[in-house]
Design a protein around this ligand. Sequence first.
Ligand code: DQA
Length: 145
Amino acid sequence: TRILVLNGPNLGRLGSREPEVYGSGNLADLEALLVESVPPGIEIDLRQTNDEGELIDWLHEAVDSATPVVLNPAAFTHYSYGLRDAAALVTKAGLPLIEVHISNPHTREEFRHDSVISGVATGVIAGFGFDSYRLGVDQILRARS
Ligand code: DQA
C-alpha cells in the first residue's frame, strides 16, 4: 500500500523557512520520520511542488491509482479553488484525503483562518509540527478497510 504525502508551495524550504513557525527539520527529515513510523509494506511517496497544476495532476493520479492522500496545500489552502475541486475528486472517489498543517493557521494572520480545502477533505490536522503528518498517515492506516 502506498500513501501520497503531497506538499505545496514553499515547503521545499522547510528547515530554513521561518524555523520559529515551521521548526528546523527539512523535507528529508519529514520523509524519514514518516517512513520510520509506518509498518513494513506501507510505502510513503512524499512529494513537493511550487506549481498548482502539478499538485492538481498528482491528485488526479491519486484518483486513478486509488491512492490515499495526506495533503499540506500550504498557501494554496487559502485561495485555490482549482486545488479544492481536485481534492473533491479524491474524496468523492471514496479515498481519504487528510489536510495537514505544520502550524495552527487559526492562531496566525486573518487570511490563514479560511481553508477552501477543508470542506472537501476527509479531516484536518493542524498545529502539531511534523506530527500533523504522522497523525494523518496513522489515521489513514487505522481507517483502512
Ligand atoms: C501551512 C500554513 C499555511 O498558511 C502556509 O501558507 C504554509 C504552511 C502549514 O503547514 O502550517 O505554507 O500550510
